[in-house]
Ligand binder design. Sequence first.
Ligand code: ADP
Length: 396
Amino acid sequence: MNQPVYQSFNQLTNQPTHHRIGVIGGGQLAWMMGDAAKKLQIALAIQTPSAADPAVSIATHTVFAPIADAAATAKLAELSDAITFENEFVDLEALRSLDQVQFYPSLNSLAPLLDKYEQRCFLRDRGLPTPEFTAFNPANLPDRYPVVLKSRRLGYDGQGTFICRDRSALEAVLQKYPVADPLNHWLLEAFVPFDRELAVMVARSQTGETVVYPVVETQQENQVCQRVIVTPEVLIKPDAPSVVKQVESIARSLLEALNYVGIMGIEFFLTQDGKVLVNETAPRTHNSGHYSLDACLTSQFEQQLRAVSGLPLGSPDLTAQGAVMVNLLGYEVAESDYAEKRQQIAQIPHSHLYWYGKSQSRPGRKLGHVTVLLEEGDRDQALQVAQQVESIWYPA
Ligand code: ADP
């Protein structure tokens, strides 16, 4: 007899299992859920604006609509037992009327995170360390520089983040981006002269089980992540245990405080005196967790589906000594598939290349990534491999 495919999980875990998952967003993060969905026998329905979006090819159903279109999410809900996010730029208040479907993370968990100023307040009020920050007041510009001016909502890949060395640089940004309500548009924070930037993925299940992935180093250029380094030597040696402890404790406290179900990426600054400050959170899978596809027992994409569908979480342990992930960012406006460069990069030993199939390249656009597993968990080796990839990818 043909049993529904999810039956085995119910028998295995004795838990309710959602087997039709709706995903708001159809970019590369949703696309990379495809293999895990197959493995877990989960059907994915997505909501995304364009037929050219990467995840359309792996979805069983697609609702073509903008991310913030809550009426479209109502249609997605009809196709789904539970809904999760690959993109959090939703209309939260409008989604609250859709009470026939469960969101993971819940709308209440998301609510304090979507506005960077409110997110900072939430963290501060729970004693979690953040850079110094203040609400922006155009009538009272700061006296001390540098400062960082950030758009409170909808920022990504450094869009909406401006490091201002002096008052005239700040005024220039305000002039270039006039907004109707600057007070509610901008967040002002102290520039952190960090030693390194770190990130971690953390997942929490419907029963409150929490797993924390390895702490990684991220390297940004022009505020866009270029590479992610995963080695036991990522952290400054004498401080490493304390840094890992700080990161894990913040991650667990935050998900607990939010009663969060799903996966989250958290970005940190490591200060020169070994303190960890939260820069920002991503309530979904994250670029800094892509290495987990090839270097961990459970990828971040499988973990998200496990949490959302009610399955027990998988182990986040590394399966290699280390890894380096390099983003393949657009550097020109073009319609090329860069086949030759991809072929060369794929020849690097222990490399795993992911190409998102976007038809248009633009400067800074994430077109793909490559993860290279390392034989020794050595930071210098990771940086050398990253340089090898980048010297093939970027024009001299
Ligand atoms: P986005 O949400 O667009 O990714 P972020 O707030 O993460 O924006 O900022 C992007 C990058 O800008 C960070 O990774 C970091 O390199 C730099 N940056 C952001 N805020 C600060 C800060 N307060 N001090 C120093 N650098 C910062």
